[in-house]
Design a protein around this ligand. Structure first.
Ligand SMILES: [Zn+2]
Ligand SMILES: [Zn+2]
Ligand SMILES: [Zn+2]
Ligand SMILES: [Zn+2]
Ligand SMILES: [Zn+2]
Ligand SMILES: [Zn+2]
Length: 269
C-alpha cells in the first residue's frame, strides 16, 4: 500500500485516528474534545458550545453554538473546518477528482475578485477544498453536504438538484426556499416527496448551527478586532506553509509519518 494513502485518518491529531483508511470523502464528525489543527499548531483547540454567533477563523463564514476555540488567542473553527483533512476523495459533490485543502483562497489579493463556492455560491475567503484538475472549489462546511440527505427542518429526504438547474452566474434560480423564503443563487435541494426546496447555502447554515438566526449582512459588523486578527492569522499561516511546497496537503503528506510518531513528545519544539 502506498504509505501516503495510509496517512489520512485525521489531520487534526485526533486521538481516535488509529483507523488507517483511504482519504475520507468529507470532513468527518469530530468526536474528540480537543484537537490541534495544522493551521494553528501553537495551541490546542477545545470544543466549546457557546450560545453566540462567531466568524470561523478558517473559512470566514458564520457559525453558532459548537466550535473549536483556542483558549489562548482569538482563533475558532467550525467543527467541519477543524476536522478538514488535507485531501478529500470521491466527495459526493465532486467525485471525479481529488480535492485539496487550502488555507487561503486563490485570489486573495486585496479582497478583489474572491473566488466563489461551487456549492453555496458565496465568496470563499479562507479555508477551501479546491480541485486540481478543474475549477471546482467549496467551503469545508459545504463539503459536509452530499447529494442526498435529511435536515432537521424537513421530515423527508432532500436531493440536490443537478447543476444545470442551478445558476452559478450570481442570479437566483427562481426557486423559493422553504427555509429562507427567498430565491437565491447557488445549488438547491428538492424534497423527494413533496414540493419543498432548500438552498445549499441555507443547508450549510443549518449545519453551522445558524437555524433561525438573523445574520448581519457583513461580517465586519461583529467584532472588528476578530476580523483583523483573522486576516493576520490566515496570512501568517499561509506564508508559513508556502515555503514547504505548493499546498498544505503536500507539506503534510511529507510530514505525516514524522508527525504521528512524535505527536506526544512535540510540546517543546
Ligand atoms: Zn469554518
Ligand atoms: Zn491560539
Ligand atoms: Zn460554500
Ligand atoms: Zn474537478
Ligand atoms: Zn434558502
Ligand atoms: Zn417533503
Amino acid at each position: 500500500m502506498n504509505p501516503l494513502l495510509k496517512s489520512s485518518a485525521s489531520m487534526s491529531n485526533n486521538k481516535n485516528s488509529i483507523i488507517e483508511s483511504e482519504f475520507p470523502t468529507s470532513p468527518q464528525p469530530v468526536i474528540v474534545e480537543e484537537v490541534t489543527h495544522y493551521t494553528h499548531p501553537k495551541h490546542p483547540l477545545k470544543k466549546v458550545n457557546l450560545p453566540e454567533l462567531f466568524t470561523c477563523t478558517g473559512c470566514r463564514e458564520y457559525g453558532y453554538g459548537k466550535r473549536f476555540a483556542c483558549q489562548q488567542c482569538d482563533f475558532q473553527l467550525h467543527e467541519s473546518c477543524a476536522s478538514s483533512p488535507p485531501i478529500l476523495q470521491n466527495h459526493p459533490l465532486h467525485g471525479q477528482h481529488q480535492l485539496v485543502f487550502h488555507a487561503k483562497p486563490k485570489q486573495a489579493k486585496a479582497g478583489i475578485s474572491w473566488p466563489k463556492c461551487d456549492v453555496c455560491n458565496k465568496t470563499i475567503k479562507g479555508f477551501t477544498f479546491r480541485c486540481r484538475a478543474c475549477s471546482f472549489q467549496m467551503h469545508p462546511c459545504c463539503a459536509m453536504l452530499s447529494t442526498e440527505r435529511n435536515f432537521p427542518v424537513h421530515p423527508h429526504t432532500l436531493k440536490l438538484l443537478p447543476t444545470s438547474n442551478t445558476s452559478s452566474s450570481g442570479t437566483d434560480t427562481g426557486i423559493l426556499c422553504g427555509e429562507c423564503k427567498k430565491t437565491r443563487s447557488g445549488r438547491v435541494y428538492r424534497c423527494t416527496v413533496c414540493d419543498y426546496h432548500l438552498h445549499a447555502v441555507c443547508a450549510k447554515n443549518l449545519i453551522n448551527g445558524l437555524q433561525g438566526i438573523d445574520l448581519p449582512e457583513k461580517p465586519s459588523k461583529i467584532g472588528k478586532t476578530t476580523q483583523v486578527a483573522t486576516q493576520v492569522v490566515i496570512e501568517f499561516v499561509g506564508s508559513l506553509f508556502e515555503g514547504f511546497g505548493e499546498t498544505i496537503a503536500e507539506y503534510l503528506l511529507q510530514n505525516i509519518g514524522r508527525g504521528r510518531r512524535s505527536r506526544r513528545s512535540r510540546t517543546n519544539n
